[in-house]
Design a protein. Sequence first.
Length: 145
Amino acid sequence: MFVQRFSATRRGARLARRLATHRLDDWGVPYGSPAADTVALVVAELAANAVLHGRVPGRDFELRLRCDRTAGVVRVEVADTHPGRPECPEPRRPGADPADADGGRGLLLVAAVATRWGVDDRSGPGKTVWAECALSTPHACFERS
């Protein structure tokens, strides 16, 4: 398992994505592989949402990665500390409104590439948004020494 807290900034979100792909490579899921690219996309979207919508000044967000060889998935969890009620955000479809052109479809991408995703309560304020991404090779997730 990989667990790390990041500052709730764009820089923190970018670092989360980079460290996730590094950890996957350590687990035998190489950079640039379909599974690594999928997890990187999911981490980027969920971390960006934590920074944009779940940010509380002075508080970090947390990234957890778990590799389940038996199920053949990598589980990505991003927890924010916003004190609002943890509700399942709705993926937004593109509309005719030009204001929607620059964003709002990250969860639509997550839903498209993940095998499943959802939102859970967390201890303390905030919520955890999670997604499971399929591994392309069943022998992945063996940490290299």
